[in-house]
Every structure is written in structure tokens, then in C-alpha cells.
Design a protein around this ligand. Structure first.
Ligand code: ADP
Length: 406
């Protein structure tokens, strides 16, 4: 198999990447958005290093089209046209498979799975647990199957990597019958990223994955942390939904559930109001009015005390989880930071790890400030715990798992 197309579909958009699996090089990436609106948009990009050198002088890197895109099926036609017109040609790089990101695999899916009609029924049925994501993922799968009827399609689930959590970690301490009836438990998300980063960390350290105890901090707009023992996820911060755990761009993360009851009773907020409040208007946006970490840090640097306080809440929560997971693992060999904030904010990394020297965690200020797109060590040579920055690549991980299952 030479190439895998990776698709991440939302309800009104999808992103794609074409990856050469011999070299693991990305050949093209793109976005089709505003599907179903009066005017849609498609963007198709060929990375510089994927363009043959003889064609470079006039090779358009990024091409954009604005046109009505009534549904996902039309969206895939637009994508195919982009490949035909701007390359790379899908006849020269024949597609071996399509890998689809699916958010919720419930208890059923513990690994990447070839899409069959039964799998699609299961994904649809799990929409009860992920009403915003699973139906949109399924729309993408069906449209892609129409566009590429002759290649296998594989579903790669965000929850799958965390299926190894023990009951003590995944159970909520509520009425057991109610929990079972409504499938209430911790599932965990960002599994593709936690798996990828933990494997890359082991490669970087030249150590077998099986002998490492790891903590992975995925800090993007959404954020989660996981404890990984010998390559198996044993704890993670997101729960039934991606709302639990760390402070995020617009999501609250952990809070006393009584806050909801209180706001319902005292402030007359409906359940939809509370859903919007906690998922879209909380986190650093709720505390400081900006949901983007760069803006928050700029304001904090400029002396804005509200922004500084929100930054402290954000990093205090991370530190608490590190302590928790160190205790759960007993011994930690490596802590890795990844995703937009984790890869790019030395300030967040330094604040989250400050004062942990007694636990064998020593950050090198100089290494922490270095910028790079490669995995790197940011702890001192005498730190007992290796602290790394490991850029995540969820698309590549989906492509790898797609290939592996076939
Ligand atoms: P998503 O979860 O949407 O994939 P990303 O992983 O791209 O998100 O992370 C987005 C976050 O990364 C934003 O909050 C953004 O501010 C933050 N970020 C990106 N670059 C920097 C930077 N240089 N310093 C601090 N934060 C950054």
C-alpha cells in the first residue's frame, strides 16, 4: 500500500491529509468547510518538500476555492478536483485506504476497525454519548465511501487507547445501576495523540515502550493528560465527554458537580445554558475573556491581573494532575508536553513543573526556551525524570493504525 488518506469530519467541514506510508511523508493536506451554507470553501495545500524540485518554481502551494458545497458528498468531489488539478495525482499515488477519525468508540471499540455496515450502526448508536461528533464522523465516512468505493475504510477512535483503564480509574462513584444503564464512565479522549506521543517519546529515549512509565500532557484548545504504563493507558483526565479534567480554551474541566445544581436552582439556568456555559464559555475564555493561550500570555505579560490569575489556574490544575499520576504510577520515567500550548509555550511548561525538584523533575531553562519542530529533551541532564516536548501528529497516527489493521 502506498498512500493513506486521513479524514477528520465535522458536521459542516472536514479536514484531510494524504500520507505516503513508505516515507510517512505528508503529500497534501486540505480543508473543506461551510458545507451546507450559501457559500462553502475549500483549501488544498501541497507541502514544499512534496513538490518535485523541477516543478517548484511554478508550483502553487495553497489553492483556495469558494463555491456552494451542499453536502459532504459534494465536498469530497471538490477535494477530488483539487487533487486532479493541483496534485498530487491520485492515479500516480494510488490510494491504499482511507482512515477516519471517530471520536467515540464507547466500550465496543478498543482498536482501529475496518468499517462495515455493522461498525457504522455501532458508531451511530454511540451518538448518544457524543451527539456533536459521532454523527458528523459518520457523514464523513459515508461520503468518503461514495468517493472511494473500492478501497478499505478504517475507523480510528479517540477513545480506543484508553480502553485499558482499570475499573478503579474509569468508574464514577454513583449508583452503579444508573451508571450501567446509561453507560456512564470515564472513556477518555485524544487517545490517538497520547498513543503517538508516548511511542515517539520511547523512540527518542531509545528505550523500550514496555518498560517506561509516562505522563503525557496534550495541551491544545482541548487538553488532557494521561498516565501510561508500559504503553498502556491507565489513567486519563477526560471522562464521559471531553469536558472533564484540565482547564481548556473554552471548557471548564473539573468542577464540583453541585455548581450545576446551584446554577440551575439559583440562577434559573437551563441544561442547554449549562452545556453552553461549561463547553463554550468557560476555561481561560470564561475566566479572562480570551480563549487562546497566546492572547492570555500577552495580556498577562502586559500586566493584566485577571489574565495572570487565569494562567495560574490553568497551570495549577496541570501540576495537580502530574502529582496525582505520579502517585498512581509510583515511578515516572518521562513527562511529555504536546499540542499547540504544550509544544509552544515554555511559560506554561515552566509554571506547571515549578517546585517539583523534590520529585526528581528539573527543567533546564535554556532547553525549555529552544524552539524546534522535533522531539527534544527540556530537562537537565541530572533530572531523574526526562521531560520532553514531542510534537503530536494525529493524522500520521491514524494512517499508521489504518495500515496496521489492514
Ligand atoms: P486543537 O486542540 O484545536 O488542535 P492546538 O493543538 O492547535 O489546538 O492548540 C491550540 C492552542 O495552542 C491555542 O490555545 C494557541 O493559543 C496555543 N498556542 C499556539 N502557539 C502558541 C505559542 N507560541 N504560545 C502559547 N500558546 C500557543
Amino acid at each position: 500500500m502506498s498512500t493513506v488518506l486521513v479524514v477528520n469530519s465535522g458536521s459542516s467541514s472536514f479536514k484531510y491529509q494524504l500520507i505516503d506510508m513508505d516515507t510517512e511523508q505528508m503529500l497534501a493536506t486540505g480543508l473543506v468547510e461551510r458545507i451546507g451554507e450559501a457559500s462553502g470553501r475549500s483549501v488544498h495545500t501541497i507541502p514544499w518538500d512534496a513538490v518535485p524540485s523541477v516543478e517548484r518554481s511554478n508550483a502553487p502551494q495553497t489553492t483556495e476555492r469558494i463555491l456552494p458545497i451542499p453536502d459532504h458528498t459534494a465536498g469530497f468531489r471538490v477535494m477530488l478536483e483539487a487533487f486532479e488539478t493541483h496534485g498530487p495525482s491520485l492515479s500516480r499515488h494510488p490510494l491504499g485506504a482511507v482512515g477516519h477519525r471517530v471520536v467515540h468508540g464507547g466500550k465496543r471499540f478498543f482498536e482501529a476497525t475496518v468499517v462495515t455496515n455493522l461498525v457504522k450502526i455501532n458508531i451511530e448508536e454511540l451518538a448518544e454519548l457524543a451527539p456533536l461528533h459521532n454523527p458528523a464522523n459518520l457523514q464523513g465516512i459515508e461520503a468518503a465511501q461514495r468517493a472511494f468505493p473500492d478501497v478499505p475504510h478504517v475507523a480510528v477512535f479517540d477513545t480506543a487507547f484508553h480502553q485499558t483503564l482499570p475499573p478503579a480509574a474509569y468508574s464514577y462513584a454513583i449508583d452503579a445501576k444508573l451508571a450501567a444503564k446509561h453507560r456512564l464512565r470515564k472513556y477518555g479522549f485524544h487517545g490517538t495523540s497520547h498513543k503517538f506521543v508516548s511511542e515517539e517519546a520511547a523512540k527518542f529515549l531509545y528505550r523500550p515502550l514496555g518498560e517506561l512509565n509516562q505522563i503525557v500532557l496534550h495541551l491544545g484548545n482541548g487538553a488532557s493528560v494521561s498516565a501510561i504504563e508500559g504503553g498502556r493507558s491507565v489513567e486519563t483526565s477526560m471522562g464521559l465527554t471531553p469536558l472533564e479534567g484540565l482547564v481548556m480554551g473554552t471548557r471548564s474541566g473539573d468542577l464540583d458537580p453541585a455548581v450545576l445544581i446551584h446554577l440551575h436552582r439559583r440562577a434559573g439556568m437551563s441544561f442547554d445554558d449549562l452545556d453552553t456555559l461549561l463547553n463554550r464559555k468557560s476555561g481561560i475564555l470564561g475566566m479572562a475573556g480570551v480563549g487562546d493561550m497566546r492572547d492570555l500570555q500577552e495580556r498577562s505579560d502586559a500586566g493584566d491581573e485577571v489574565a495572570a490569575a487565569a494562567f495560574d489556574v490553568y497551570t495549577h490544575r496541570i501540576k495537580g494532575y502530574i502529582g496525582n499520576y505520579m502517585a498512581q504510577l509510583g515511578r515516572v520515567d518521562v513527562i511529555s508536553f504536546t499540542a499547540g500550548v504544550g509544544e509552544n509555550s515554555p511559560e506554561v511548561r515552566a509554571a506547571a513543573l515549578s517546585g517539583l525538584e523534590a520529585f526528581g523533575i528539573r527543567l533546564s531553562d535554556e532547553r525549555n526556551e529552544e524552539r524546534s519542530r522535533d522531539p527534544r529533551r527540556i530537562s537537565t541532564d541530572d533530572s531523574e525524570v526526562d521531560v520532553l516536548v514531542v510534537p503530536t501528529n494525529e493524522e500520521l497516527e491514524i494512517a499508521r493504525q489504518t495500515l496496521a489493521v489492514l
